[in-house]
Design a protein around this ligand. Structure first.
Ligand code: NAD
Length: 431
């Protein structure tokens, strides 16, 4: 029987109880569960990952529940320091689940490698010569990674852009589209671009400067959409139609104003980054791609990555489209023990499936944020959880954390100075 990601009461359990539920859901071994302690990374492993290592830095790993993507239930691992993101995502996934879950698709995993060609006496003619040699160049890049070639990846297309004026004069930019299969693909694409560069110089008569992938991976888009039945939004004293309307109004703000869109998209990336981090992916690459895409997708300038509409029955329908350069092999995905476990919990079999989940997470996180903002206000939703963090920052431990947090929320003043004062008062009473 297919397992359900709907785990009622999960948030009330202890971390040990939750581990047992996740272990059963994802068939994790005891060793894999043990890897969740402090990320399972040793100092020696860390020392091989980056330079000048002196320690390990831990972050909370949480599980978002209720996800159903293309008919399959998934538990979503998230690594994040910010309160209310995991809870918000689980809540939003439940709302979309009531409307049939997320429907998601991903483009083939094609990354783009760029080559900058300088010192060209006749850029227009050089461009034509490069285009005429397209098949030869594609073949050359294709053989640069025999592993990828064997897996059905490799060269897909070659484009040549002419930039007529720049601070150093005209240049050509050669784009190599390269299928990286289940990898994020930065190293694979960079290697292919390097392999191509000498031949590009000979054909163009110019000099190749930079050879590097672009994070604006717009040939590798992922999309997700889902419906929230309007009845699920009849909350907080609002009718279902009013609930839908509040969300449409919040979306309209982001659709028309880059100041709001930046924050709106940040909320989307709260979820996407947390899952990327949990699975050992380069979240900065995904961030860069998302914001660049939000700024270049249409001529209107920087805008929302999501769209929210009312369908013919008055229900809320949301969609998202963004580049997702994420892998299940390469980089840290297989090196980091906890990242391997996170991928197993997620149960994705290809990079495309991971991209579909990440797009769904982005859409759900956006719904959680705009629903909370439009219907509850940030104070009630986020601040309740934020108050716990402020209480801990003030030095509260044990049962003093919830007591201080409750007072902060009740007073409507979630500030460090108030937390310190309340803590001193409570400690005084205890004495
Ligand atoms: P990688 O080089 O570690 O792994 C990819 C390689 O694994 C492929 O080239 C292939 O030879 C092999 N492979 C085996 N099985 C495969 C399969 N099923 N599908 C695809 N490849 C398979 O990693 P990568 O994904 O090329 O690069 C990712 C890393 O590059 C990340 O750590 C990222 O931080 C880093 N990086 C990023 C940027 C950037 O975003 N601008 C630039 C440089 C490096």
């Amino acid at each position: 029987m297919a397992k359900s990601s709907r785990l009622p009461g999960f948030f009330r359990r202890t971390p040990q109880e939750r581990r047992r539920e996740v272990q059963a859901f994802a068939d994790l071994t005891d060793e894999e569960i043990a890897a969740l302690d402090s990320g399972g990374l040793t100092l020696e492993q860390a020392d091989r990952m980056i330079e000048n290592v002196i320690g390990l830095h831990a972050l909370p790993l949480g599980i978002a529940t209720n996800f159903q993507v293309n008919g399959r239930d998934r538990l979503v691992p998230m690594v994040i320091e910010e309160p209310s993101v995991v809870a918000g995502l689980s809540y939003a996934a439940r709302l979309v689940r009531e409307g049939g879950g997320f429907h998601a698709t991903a483009d083939p995993p094609e990354m783009i490698g760029q080559m900058q060609v300088l010192d060209l006496p006749d850029p227009a003619a050089a461009r034509q010569r490069l285009l005429a040699a397209k098949e030869e160049l594609l073949q050359l890049a294709h053989t640069a990674d025999p592993v990828l070639m064997g897996l059905g990846g490799g060269s897909r297309d070659l484009m040549v852009r002419h930039i007529p004026s720049s601070p150093v004069g005209p240049m050509l930019v050669v784009h190599l589209a390269y299928d990286v299969r289940d990898a994020m693909g930065a190293n694979a694409v960079n290697t292919a671009a390097e392999a191509l560069a000498p031949r590009v110089e000979t054909i163009s008569g110019g000099r190749v400067g930079l050879r590097i992938l672009t994070n604006l991976a717009d040939r590798r888009l992922a999309r997700a959409w889902g419906v929230v039945p309007k009845e699920a939004l009849g909350l907080e004293g609002l009718s279902p139609d009013e609930g839908v309307q509040r969300i449409l109004e919040a979306y309209a703000f982001a659709a028309c104003d880059p100041y709001r869109a930046a924050t709106h998209n940040k909320g989307i990336m709260n979820g996407v980054d947390a899952v990327a981090l949990a699975t050992g992916n380069d979240w900065r690459a995904i961030e860069a791609g998302a914001h660049a895409y939000a700024a270049t997708r249409d001529r209107g300038g920087y805008g929302s990555l999501t769209t929210w509409e009312r369908d013919a029955d008055g229900n809320l329908i949301g969609s998202i489209e963004l580049p997702i350069a994420a892998g299940i092999v390469g980089g840290a995905t297989r090196v980091h023990p906890a990242a391997r476990v996170a991928l197993k919990i997620l149960g994705v079999r290809t990079a495309a499936e991971l991209a579909e989940v990440l797009a769904s997470v982005g859409l759900a996180q956006n719904l959680a944020a705009i629903r909370a903002l439009a219907m509850e206000g940030i104070q009630r939703g986020h601040m309740k959880l934020h108050a716990r963090q402020v209480a801990m920052a003030a030095g509260a431990t044990g049962d003093l954390v919830p007591r201080v947090a409750e007072r902060l929320v009740a007073e409507g003043q979630v500030r460090l100075d108030r937390a310190q004062a309340i803590l001193a008062e409570l400690r005084g009473e205890a004495r």
